[in-house]
Design a protein around this ligand. Structure first.
Ligand code: NDP
Length: 282
């Protein structure tokens, strides 16, 4: 039997409707709307689309978004000055720097200037550290979205063997931490992992964040696994995941499509973090 496709768009729409209510409640009590500042440096076409989507999503949720579009040759110190101004701005609850930054900038250094309280991407070392310690924090959006998608299936995470393929700071590592917090037994695989297939085939829950088109094939999947495909690989103008969808769908019980799976949830979780940041520091 074919796997059930997890409808990320529909689940994200539900989350966004709930957030709209929370944002309205905040506005009624605080006397101002929740505010998100988005900083874009340069002309990367994909980044421009992502920023536009985020701004539109904010508007729909009743969040005020301010987009700061700076030229590609802006010195790093000007970007960090802007971040410091926004850190001090009472109407800005969340600050997002769209990545990648131009090559002359040190991304880690730039991001470290964002106040952890306003770090709605959850990339700051303080938030990453709190996630590791199991403290409340603004956690990275994509992994949070993946957890919601897994929970939407009704499959219990506790006690399951979850395998995360990829160990980036923005997806793989925080994903592993969130699965651990949800009582899964977690294995993290990466480019140096030996015999990857023997590991992915043990996964009750398989999360793939590698960045290689259809890298995970059907024979790498355990029967009835829940498969979450984070990958976004644009080839000849078409978007592909990291999982060979048709093959995987013949074996898994639930699977996310690309597009329409993890992507919409990432934006929903960004809005969620922004509303949470506002509520915590009103
Ligand atoms: P990175 O390039 O930062 O990390 C990729 C990871 O994959 C690394 O840990 C790397 O291992 C691992 N890897 C590479 N080759 C192999 C291999 N042959 N076997 C096992 N592991 C391997 O990517 P990101 O984590 O930033 O993103 C991953 C994908 O997710 C991309 O397609 C990206 O576009 C997408 N993405 C989607 C989002 C969404 O909203 N849907 C949000 C963020 C990302 P090593 O560490 O050893 O190099």
């Amino acid at each position: 039997m074919k796997a059930t496709t997890i409808d990320g768009k529909a689940i994200a729409a539900k989350v966004r409707a709930e957030l709209k209510e929370r944002a309205a409640t905040f506005a009624a009590t605080a006397g101002r709307k929740v505010g998100l500042a988005v900083i874009l440096v340069g002309e990367n076409p994909a980044s421009k689309i992502y920023v536009r989507n985020k701004v539109t999503a904010c508007e729909e949720a009743g969040i005020v978004s301010s987009a700061y579009h700076l030229p590609a040759d802006t010195p790093e110190c000007k970007v960090t000055e802007l971040i410091e101004q926004l850190n001090a701005d009472k109407h800005t609850d969340g600050i997002l720097v769209q990545l990648p930054l131009p090559e002359h900038m040190d991304e880690k250094r730039v991001l470290s200037h964002i106040s952890p309280r306003k770090d709605v991407d959850g990339f700051h070392a303080v938030n990453a550290g709190n996630l590791l310690l199991g403290n409340g924090c603004l956690a990275a959006c994509t992994p949070q979205g993946c957890i919601e998608l897994i929970k939407s299936t009704g499959v219990r995470i506790a006690g399951k063997h979850a395998v995360v393929v990829g160990r980036s700071n923005i997806v793989g590592k925080p994903m592993a931490m969130l699965l651990l917090q949800n009582d899964a037994t977690v294995t993290v695989a990466h480019s140096k992992t030996a015999d990857l297939k023997s590991i992915t085939r043990q996964a009750d829950i398989l999360v793939v964040a590698v960045g290689k088109k259809e890298f995970i094939t059907g024979d790498m999947i355990k029967p009835d696994a829940v498969v979450i495909d984070v990958g976004m690989n644009r080839v000849d103008g078409k978007l592909y995941g990291d999982v060979a969808f048709e093959q995987a769908a013949d074996i898994a019980s639930f699977i996310t499509p690309v597009p329409g799976g993890v992507g919409p949830m990432t934006i929903a979780m960004l809005l969620s973090n922004t509303v949470t940041a506002a509520e915590q520091h009103a």
